[in-house]
Write a protein that binds this ligand. Structure first.
Ligand SMILES: C[S@@+](CC[C@H](N)C(=O)[O-])C[C@H]1O[C@@H](n2cnc3c(N)ncnc32)[C@H](O)[C@@H]1O
Length: 296
């Protein structure tokens, strides 16, 4: 991506939480359009570094800032990435979970509901993880049902799964975003007979994306490594976008806060949410929750 349309969420609140200072090193585990990184970079000059990580090979450095190092990798490999770069003192780590508006707008990887894009949904299309289309084609009824229920809290998980299996049995496979949207919309029309305000496909797409990318596994792996990597006084900030993600982060912070080592303090007793003004300007921020902890 040489240009970005992504608006960073809770930017001021993230800066307040991480409090970057001149000559510090910070890690942005989800670089995306670089919005948060750019603001952190302005604060850590002249000699600090921002390590930007993103799994999506389409993500590119937006300028030639010498203080920014961009790494194309999975943030679950944080420990290895830090070791390879030889950075010893880290003062802040940021995770801004989920997908960016650039990916949503790209149309050809299945992220957007509007497109005829192949249902890939991998953040890294070169990885050997199964695509969403392969999951819909090969996973058992039970596995599909669990994905839609557990990762999407989809109320129509059962009829949607049944319909996918029925189509499969007649030799029809759901391979594009619009085919899946149509199948889900039909189930919603049958059940509710009216159009809902939000696109009824949101939850199923979210569920498939989580499964395709093993998003919960990645979060569970990175959180302890992020705390371990921080210098004393350093902070970890996590923005989540739905209850499943936030639950993992909240429980991890709670459990980590009662441990002796490494010791952390919870800075945000309750998650910080976007102001009405931000939600109006950037509707994506509506479901964002920011939690911050400090290593003590
Ligand atoms: C919400 S966007 C981040 C936007 C960014 N904070 C900004 O202001 O532009 C999330 C980004 O995280 C990336 N991502 C998702 N899972 C990842 C993972 N396991 N490792 C590295 N990057 C990941 C996605 O490719 C996406 O670009």
């Amino acid at each position: 991506m040489s240009k970005t349309i992504h608006e960073p969420v809770l930017l001021r609140e993230v800066l307040d939480g991480l409090n970057p200072q001149p000559n510090q090193n910070h890690i942005d585990c989800t670089y995306g359009g670089g919005g948060h990184s750019k603001a952190i970079l302005e604060r850590i000059k002249p000699n600090g570094k921002v390590i930007g990580i993103d799994l999506d090979p389409a993500v590119k450095k937006l300028n030639h800032d010498k203080n920014l190092v961009l790494v194309n990798d999975n943030y679950k490999n944080l420990k290895k990435i830090i070791n390879e770069l030889g950075i010893t003192k880290i003062n802040g780590v940021l995770l801004d979970l989920g997908l960016s508006s650039d990916q949503l707008g790209s149309g050809d990887r299945g992220f957007s509901f509007q497109g005829e894009g192949f249902l890939d949904l991998r953040f890294d299309p070169t990885s050997d993880r199964p695509t969403a289309a392969e999951i819909l084609k090969n996973y058992s009824e039970k596995e599909l049902l669990e994905i839609f229920k557990n990762y999407g809290e989809e109320p129509l998980a059962w009829p949607i799964t049944k319909q996918i299996i029925a189509k499969r049995q007649s030799g029809e496979f759901i391979e594009t975003a619009d085919m899946l949207v149509q199948l889900i919309s039909e189930q919603y029309r049958k059940k509710y007979r009216h159009k809902s305000k939000h696109n009824p496909a949101t939850k199923v797409f979210q569920a498939l994306r989580i499964a395709v990318n093993d998003e919960y596994g990645n979060i569970e792996q990175v959180l302890p490594d992020a705390i371990n990597s921080l210098a004393v006084g350093g902070r970890l900030a996590v923005i989540s976008f739905h209850s499943g993600e936030d639950r993992i982060v909240k429980h991890f912070f709670k459990n980590a806060a009662v441990k002796d080592f490494p010791k952390i303090k919870i800075i945000t007793k309750r998650p910080i949410v976007a102001s009405d003004e931000e939600v109006l300007k950037n509707p994506r921020s509506r479901s964002a929750k920011l939690r911050v902890v400090e290593k003590i």
